[in-house]
Design a protein around this ligand. Structure first.
Ligand code: ADP
Ligand code: TRP
Length: 336
């Protein structure tokens, strides 16, 4: 029986945070350790330049995201680990898929719709004001990432579900129009993990400066955790899980039974300050070893680059084979 293929990427727009870790990195690395899976994990730097126009940040973040994957347990011997921009085949597939993707499908993508809505709210007459084609076509590039390696499963946070569904749609359309070359991917969400909320109440995101970063020391993590929004309830007053985003973070770092105990403690009046100490302790315990590895890795960037180059060579071999079939299927082939 052939192995299940798992694939996911992280954009290189900043320093990874708790949301990236629990939403994508931790589940993907766990799945990659399963002997019945074959995994493709990568740095989405071409996606990075859509949202971030600071070249230094893209560059620094590429190193940080790569070191994060490795520090969190990715084994480059077992996983095909690479940087998206090192695989030109992905870009070629991106164009071929662009040619078969309905514009109407892209009109429905969340990120584009949010930009249009923001324009309307700001009284901007042009609904597309400030929208670049990278943002508009973002889901097609993500589709190319996924289909290039015929992934069966894509572990992501809940904000990415729509994009994986679009990848299924586009794969089906290609298969129907030309030839059955692509696997229809399925999204994989960790049941125990919600989309984590950041320190300003919006989704925790590298792009919003509202994160709890993964790689700070224990004290700084406690400081960030102390900034999580709570209400004014006093120690001793009963509290509900939905009264602060700290609960979902605690849940993401605990087993269901430990989360149930925490819920009980809140109901019995646990002070928010105490709850924050318990949360920071959980995060710091789980990340203690990865943090040591991260510091070692980032002190030797050329070693990271070598690992990425080796991964790219493995990935390209695989990508080339499928791309040749795709080119042939659409009629792009030699004359003899
Ligand atoms: P960011 O918004 O921080 O730039 P990315 O777009 O690079 O994050 O996302 C990488 C992965 O991390 C994706 O699978 C995404 O769903 C997941 N992720 C991002 N933010 C969160 C969050 N706040 N909670 C859970 N998962 C998240
Ligand atoms: N778009 C994803 C995000 O912002 C990152 C990403 C790019 C990705 N290509 C992918 C995730 C392919 C899964 C599969 O989070």
């Amino acid at each position: 029986m052939s192995k299940k293929r798992v694939l996911t990427g992280v954009t290189t727009t900043g320093i990874p945070h708790l949301g990236n870790y629990v939403g994508a990195i931790r589940p993907a690395v766990r799945e990659a350790q399963n002997p019945d899976t074959e995994s493709f994990l990568f740095l989405a730097d071409y996606h990075g330049i859509i949202k971030c126009h600071d070249p230094e940040m893209i560059h620094q973040s590429t190193q940080a995201v790569a070191a994060t994957w490795l520090a969190c347990g990715l084994d480059p011997e077992r996983t095909t680990f690479y940087r998206q921009s090192d695989i030109p085949e992905v870009m070629e597939l991106n164009w071929i898929l662009t040619c078969i993707t309905a514009k109407g499908l892209m009109n429905r993508a969340h990120a584009y719709k949010a930009a249009v809505q923001a324009n309307a709210e700001n009284g901007q007459e042009d609904p597309d004001f400030g929208v670049e084609m990278g943002l508009f076509s973002y889901p097609i590039l993500m589709t190319a990432d996924i289909l290039m390696f015929n992934a069966n499963e894509v572990p992501v946070g809940r904000d990415q579900i729509q994009h994986v569904e679009m990848a299924r749609d586009i794969a089906g359309r290609f298969n129907h129009r030309f030839q059955e070359l692509f696997t229809l991917p399925e999204v994989k969400i960790d049941e125990n993990v919600e989309l984590l909320v950041g320190l300003d109440g919006r989704k925790m995101s590298k792009s919003y400066g509202n994160t709890i970063p993964l790689w700070e020391n224990d004290k700084k993590t406690q400081k960030s955790v102390n900034k999580i929004i709570t209400n004014m309830k006093e120690p001793g007053e009963p509290k509900q899980p939905d009264e602060s985003p700290l609960f979902e973070i605690y849940k993401a770092f605990s087993t269901p039974s430990v989360t149930a105990e925490f819920t009980q403690m809140l109901a019995e009046g646990l002070a928010w300050g105490e709850a924050k100490k318990l949360l920071a302790a959980k995060i710091n315990a789980e990340l203690a070893e990865p943090r040591e590895r991260y510091n070692e890795l980032t002190s030797n960037p050329s070693q990271i680059e070598d690992i990425l180059q080796a991964g790219a060579a493995k990935a390209r071999k695989e990508a080339r084979e499928l791309l040749n079939k795709v080119r042939d299927a659409v009629g792009i082939r030699p004359l003899k």
